[in-house]
Ligand binder design. Sequence first.
Ligand SMILES: [Zn+2]
Ligand SMILES: [Zn+2]
Length: 410
Amino acid sequence: MTRTPGWSRAFNGEMPRHVDQDVHSAFVEFRAEQEDKCMSVQCIYCQQVRAKNTTRQKQHLLQCAGYLQAHPDVALQASAAADAAAAVAVASSASAGGPSDGSAYGPLPAPHGSHDDPASTADHTNLGFMPNPRINGTPAHGTPGVSRPSLGAPEGTPSAKRQKTKHAPNGGNLPEIPLRDVHAAFVEFRAKDDDKCMSARCKYCNQIRAKNTSRQREHLMVCAGYQHVLKDKIPANSLRHQFDDDDVASSLALPTPILDLDFRMSIRVKPKLNVGPGSFGKTWWVPCIGGQWAGRFGKGTLLPNGQDQQTVVKDLATHIEGTYLMQTNDESPAFITCKMKGWWTGEKDVMERLQDPVAADNVAAHRYLLRVNIELETGDERYADLNRGMWLASGCRRGAEIVYDAYRIG
Ligand SMILES: [Zn+2]
Ligand SMILES: [Zn+2]
């Protein structure tokens, strides 16, 4: 860790002055669910929600990139405080054997104290909760992710831009944690006999909080101990080749695109015309003489003026680039241009048979891959939504007809 000289001075155990002053204005209080017995608070800087508890709210601010960005002086104090607190906690942990070392991944003896019990804050002080700086941009620690020059964030210096984009608790960039995993990650207990709320202790960092599934899930998203579990859930991290572990990208989970069957299109074609050798292969011109389409957003015809230019390269792999004009069946029809690009590939013997118009009809569509991406465009307001869509289509050639099923990508 790199520190600016002067900031490693001893921390006196008190919260930096600013945090005490700011803690009430930095949070909005509310009751998350009507039946909730405990109040919740939401940080106005990062929107993170937690149980109301002034001590922990102060601690949060000391780790909240949004708040620290707005209060750089506090950020520097907090950084020194974290060091001092860590030293104290390690010492007390060694002597008492207590569960205050946040780095422990395994379960430890059930701690005492509820979320409102000041005693339990010892478990909490900057230790149990050590957000992964690569994910939420918490400043101050010289991790590789933070110090990467390409991100323009000098080591140990809060980078305003990064914090803003990375600090959001879930950020939408981490895998969704299934409910059963949330439950499995916590041990539930009643801290004191007269406690109204159950407490839950994170098995990965021993942090204790009021039992609340959605907030427990939020905690896991930023729990240092849980990060390796999260990372394993990211599909890209199980590819043969992967990003380096310390690359920010390796900790991001992205949504999987969804394909929804949207329409079917049948293109009637005339025999293809040999254009001759092109830049990359032999070029054919396939004139469209009409057709039809039908699907979720409507139904209509294909006008007889489209064409498909096919370029045949090595092993008869065929590049397809087509343009068609769709007309809707509305009383006052809309016109929609349909542009497609793709490849028609398969085993060489299959592709050879496809060259013969008669034999081609007997080749089942699953023997080859006829795949195109499609863009639709129209100036007609009724179908304006199509202008923002993308489709992936699977095709089949039958006689003088090419049929595509187009799946909208979501
Ligand atoms: Zn915050
Ligand atoms: Zn945790």
